[in-house]
Every structure is written in C-alpha cells, then in structure tokens.
Ligand binder design. Structure first.
Ligand SMILES: Cc1ncc(COP(=O)(O)O)c(C=O)c1O
Length: 414
C-alpha cells in the first residue's frame, strides 16, 4: 500500500486501505462472501481473538488474522480504512445501520447511572432510543435546544457529574439548526477530570463528510447514517462510527457482541459509492441552492430552514460559517397553512418521490411531523419546531429546472 498521507481525500480513497496483491491483483476488491476465516495455526487464532476482544492491543505493524464476519471481514475493513480520510479519523467502525452505529456507540460508553444530554431535535429513531430505551437501562437522558447557548450546556454539565456524553446532531433533522460543536467540546474538556471523561459525539449525516468535519473541531466521535450520502443511491442501509483508535477498539468490541456489524455486500456497495461521494454532494448542493432561491420567492412558502439564510438568525449564520464549507442539499420549508396544505404539496409532486430517507441521487420529500418524527408528542414537536406545515426535501441529481417546475406546480395548488 502506498503512503498517501499527502493526497486529497478524492485521490487517496482510490488506493488507501486496499492491497490488490492480497486479492489476486483484482483492481477493485472482490466481495468476500464468507462467514468465517481459516487460521494458519492455533497461535494465530488465539492472537486474533486477543486483539478483537481488546484483551491485548495490536502491536505497530501487526496485522491480525480475520476471524468471523460478525467481527471483521475484508470488505468492511477495506471500507473502514478509506472512509476516515474526510473526517481525519484514526479509525472507523461500520455498522448495519445508522441506528446501529448510534446505539452501539452510546452503549459502549454508558453505564447504569450515567447521563447523556442531547441537542433537540434529533432524528426520530435516535430520539426514541434516548427518551424511551436508554432509561430502561437506568441511563438518564436530558435534552437542550439545538441552538442553546454554551452557558446552558455548561450549567447542565457542571451541575450533574453523571453526564458522560454530550450528543449533538448538527444540522438537526429536520429543523436544520446548527449546534456549537467547538463550544461543546471545550465544555467536555473542561469538566473531564480524573475518572470523569465526557465524550462529545456528533451525528454528521446531513453535511458530512464533505461539508463538515466535527472531529477537527474537537468532537471525540462522529456518527453517520451511511444509508444517506455515503451509500447515496437509496439501495442500502448502513452506518459509521469514527474517532480515535482507543475509542473505536471499544466500539468494535461492543459491535461484535451486539451483532451489529454490516455484511460484505453492503460494504462493497458503499465502497463503490465513495468515488462519487464528493461530486454527488457538490452537485446535489448546487441543485438545492437553486431550489432554495425559488422557494424564497414562492407566495405559498412561509419560511425556509437552510444553512446560511438570513431567516436562520445571526448566531446560526455565524455557527454555520465557522463550522461548514457548504450548505448541503437538505432543504426544510414551511408552507402557509397546516398539515392539509403540506399534504397537498406532497401529494402533488410528480418527479420528487414521497419517501423518508435522504442523501440519495433522487429527490425525496416527506412530512416529518407525521412520518420521521411521528413518535414525538405534540408538545415535544412544538418545542423542537417540528410543525405540521413543515416539509423536508432531500435534493437529488435530477435537472434543477425540472425539480423547480415540479415544486412550483405543487405549491401553486396550496
Ligand atoms: C440524521 C440521521 N441520523 C441517523 C439516522 C438513522 O440512520 P439509519 O436509518 O441508517 O439507521 C437517520 C435516518 O434517517 C438520520 O436522518
């Protein structure tokens, strides 16, 4: 394998993490569709387990034998070796879904009696995990508004020594609210004393890895639904957890036992999507910017939620400028009226597809209040700004003019 540390991610992903000589010279990694791997001898098997179970770390340059596909597999390892380039992570762990990555990573670092605090809103599944499931294990959760000042977060952390994780989703799904990642990281550092280590985790699904890199802003772990931009074609479900080697060793040990690793075919498909990740995200963003311009001028649109817009307020604009290199391709907008008007738009579009998920090459449109975030109570939705007239649009790679005409004819019916 070449030393590619000086290369840009768009170049290094083509060679990093894969040695063709170990695969009969195959230019692209074959799919290693096997459940188990043969050891050369018992000693090799013993050593592989010691490393995989975190009993004794791998020495520099030591390449442990593969064991069993729930533990590791060449396709997942090749992929994990490549996807770290954008975020500058030391190591990545592939999961069977974004929720697998989020739940597996949180459970790795939380014990009964600990508390996790999270920015509100977050993706509906994450929300359910935090509010309904973690408390069943005697793990407390508290939330703060995604745009909370650092004083609010510091007050929480200072007054509650059980807080072990500050969890941020930025921008938030679906309100696009941006969190202060460096601010939260500074608080975590300040109060991580002795046995108390506070981790900052950031769900970077909406803007990462191309337009935002939270690890470079002080976060400890970055999380992804790889179902979205990484996969990019709405044909797979997967997730990533990324960060320092010492943290990922622990995450992978949990992943093995929770059984939430992905499979070789999925890993191979994501690997195939990596070469076009940057170009897809940039072109989807170009389309989104044109759609935002159109929506700003349509009389049936009350307001938009999109990074950098004046209507997001001065502090949000400053946070966006200091943490992101783009605006992304997820556009939330509020139609004039309520659920009936929003449904009219959703049921009238002809080329955008009415479906949840996002980040794929085709535009998807949905109603967060009654779909992705339907599990929240009316009060929780209200506090988080998930109103009935809110529509979330994930802009794809169709022709921008066609997308605008499609939206126009739907909005004209409101
Ligand atoms: C921001 C965000 N994080 C996590 C997830 C969960 O990912 P998955 O569906 O791959 O489990 C989603 C899914 O929509 C999401 O939007």
């Amino acid at each position: 394998m070449s030393n590619d540390s000086h290369l840009k991610p768009q170049t290094s992903i083509f060679s990093k993490g894969y040695d063709p000589q170990r695969s009969e010279g195959a230019a692209i990694p074959p799919v290693f569709r096997t459940s188990t791997f043969l050891f050369k001898n018992s000693e090799e098997g013993k050593r592989a387990f010691e490393i995989a179970y975190g009993l004794s770390p791998a020495k520099t340059g030591e390449s442990p034998a593969l064991i069993y596909t729930r533990v590791n597999n060449p396709n997942s390892e090749i992929l994990e070796g490549k996807v770290i380039v954008w975020d500058g992570a030391e190591e990545a762990a592939l999961f069977a879904s974004g929720m697998g990555a989020i739940s597996g990573t949180c459970l790795t670092f939380l014990k009964p009696g600990d508390t996790l605090i999270f920015s509100d809103p977050v993706y509906g599944g994450t929300e359910h995990f935090f509010r309904a499931l973690l408390p069943q294990f005697n793990i407390n959760t508290k939330f703060f508004p995604a745009d909370a000042s650092m004083e609010v977060i510091e007050d929480l952390v200072k007054n509650d020594p059980t807080i072990k994780i500050i969890y941020l989703e930025s921008p938030a799904n679906p309100t696009m609210t941006i969190c202060d990642v460096p601010g939260a990281a500074a608080i975590a550092k300040k109060y991580s004393i002795g046995n108390r280590q506070i981790l900052v985790m950031v769900d970077n699904t909406f803007m990462g890895p191309i337009f935002s890199a939270p690890l470079k802003m002080g976060a400890d772990i970055v999380l992804y639904s790889a179902t979205k931009f990484f996969g990019g074609h709405s044909d797979l479900v997967a997730g990533f957890s990324m960060g320092r080697h010492d943290l990922m060793v622990q995450v992978k040990a949990y992943r093995t036992i929770l059984g939430s690793n992905s499979d070789p075919d999925t890993a191979w498909l994501i690997h195939r999507s990596l070469g076009t990740l940057q170009i897809r995200m940039e072109n989807q963003q170009k389309n989104a910017v044109r759609i935002v311009d159109f929506l700003l001028s349509h009389p049936s649109v009350e307001r938009l939620a999109y990074p950098g817009l004046d209507c997001m307020g001065q502090r949000q604009i400053e946070l966006w400028k200091s943490q992101f290199t783009g605006t992304g391709s997820i556009v939330s907008f509020f139609v004039k009226g309520g659920a009936a008007e929003a449904y009219r738009v959703l049921d009238s579009v002809k080329h955008m597809k009415l479906a949840v998920s996002l980040g794929g090459i085709e535009s998807l449109i949905e109603h967060p209040s009654s779909m992705t975030h339907s599990d929240m109570t009316a009060e929780q939705k209200n506090n988080a700004g998930i109103t009935e007239n809110l529509i979330r649009l994930s802009v794809g790679l169709e022709d921008a003019e066609d997308l605008i005409s499609d939206l126009k004819q739907a909005l004209d019916k409101v």
